[in-house]
Design a protein around this ligand. Sequence first.
Ligand SMILES: [Ca+2]
Ligand SMILES: [Ca+2]
Length: 92
Amino acid sequence: MITGDTLMVKWNYTSPLTGTWMSYSSAVADVNGDGQMEIVISSDDCNAYCLSSSGQVKWVQEALEEVKSSPAIADVDGDGQILLFFQFIRTN
Ligand SMILES: [Ca+2]
Ligand SMILES: [Ca+2]
């Protein structure tokens, strides 16, 4: 995360499985409806990560396949519940 005013790195997060940077753009939204924004990150380590605004892991979702896209987040049917969309590449 980089501050908007000084462009200083505030914190960063690397895959705990590979130790590498996440390859795709992140998405920012209040995914659990608590009024605080979360950062959702796709990873080619076969997981999706949800981080707090301070960089703490809130959840990790195993994807079984490499996640090959940035997440999209929206309430696509207008019921107040948002959905997270990821694109995977099946290797077999
Ligand atoms: Ca939230
Ligand atoms: Ca919905």
